[in-house]
Write a protein that binds this ligand. Structure first.
Ligand code: SF4
Ligand code: SF4
Length: 158
C-alpha cells in the first residue's frame, strides 16, 4: 500500500483558516519587520534601516515584550490574516509575504528544515547586522538605510 503523502498545513489551509498557533509559526523569526523604517515625505516611499526596535533582543532575534508589544511600542504592527493583502511593506523574504505570493514557504524556513540553522547559515536573520535604535541619534538614522539584495543587507542612499 502506498502511504498518502503528508501535506503541511500551510499548503492545505488558507491563512484565514489557520489557528493562532499555526499563524504565529509562519514567522521565520528573521526580525526584519522590527527594524526601524523611514518614510519619504514627498512620495511616501518606505525605507528600512538596520536599526532595531529597542525591544528587540538582537542576539536572540526575539521581542522582549511580544505578548503586550503594542503597549510598549504603539507603532508596532500586529500581523493578522485578514490584512494579508496589505503585506507589501514587509521585506520580500518575510515568510508571510512569500507564502501569500507563492503558496509555499521558503526552503530554508524553520518549519521546513526543522530548525533555524539554515536561515542563520544563509545570513537571513537581522542578528548578523542590526544595531539597536537607541545607539544612534535620530537625525543620523538616514545613514542607516539599507536595502536587501537576495535577503542580504546593503547600504542604500535613496
Ligand atoms: S519579517 Fe516576517 S518573518 Fe521576519 S520576523 Fe517579521 S513577520 Fe516574522
Ligand atoms: S515591539 Fe517587539 S515585535 Fe514590535 S517592533 Fe519592537 S521588537 Fe518588534
Amino acid at each position: 500500500m502506498i502511504a498518502k503523502r503528508y501535506e503541511p498545513f500551510w499548503k492545505t489551509k488558507s491563512m484565514l483558516d489557520m489557528d493562532s498557533q499555526e499563524w504565529e509559526s509562519l514567522c521565520d523569526g528573521c526580525g526584519k519587520c522590527c527594524l526601524q523604517k523611514l518614510q519619504d515625505e514627498e512620495d511616501d516611499a518606505v525605507y528600512y534601516t538596520n536599526l532595531a526596535c529597542a525591544q528587540l533582543d538582537i542576539s536572540a532575534c526575539r521581542c522582549r515584550v511580544y505578548e503586550d508589544r503594542q503597549q510598549h511600542v504603539a507603532e508596532c504592527l500586529v500581523l493578522k490574516p485578514e490584512d494579508v493583502a496589505q503585506f507589501d511593506w514587509l521585506p520580500d523574504t518575510c515568510s508571510y509575504r512569500v507564502l501569500r505570493e507563492t503558496g509555499d514557504l521558503p526552503n530554508w524556513h524553520p518549519l521546513v528544515t526543522g530548525s533555524d540553522k539554515e536561515m542563520l547559515r544563509q545570513g537571513l536573520s537581522v542578528r548578523h547586522y542590526a544595531v539597536t535604535e537607541t545607539s544612534v541619534d535620530e537625525d543620523r538614522w538616514q545613514e542607516h538605510i539599507i536595502r536587501w539584495v537576495h535577503g542580504m543587507p546593503e547600504p542604500f542612499e535613496p
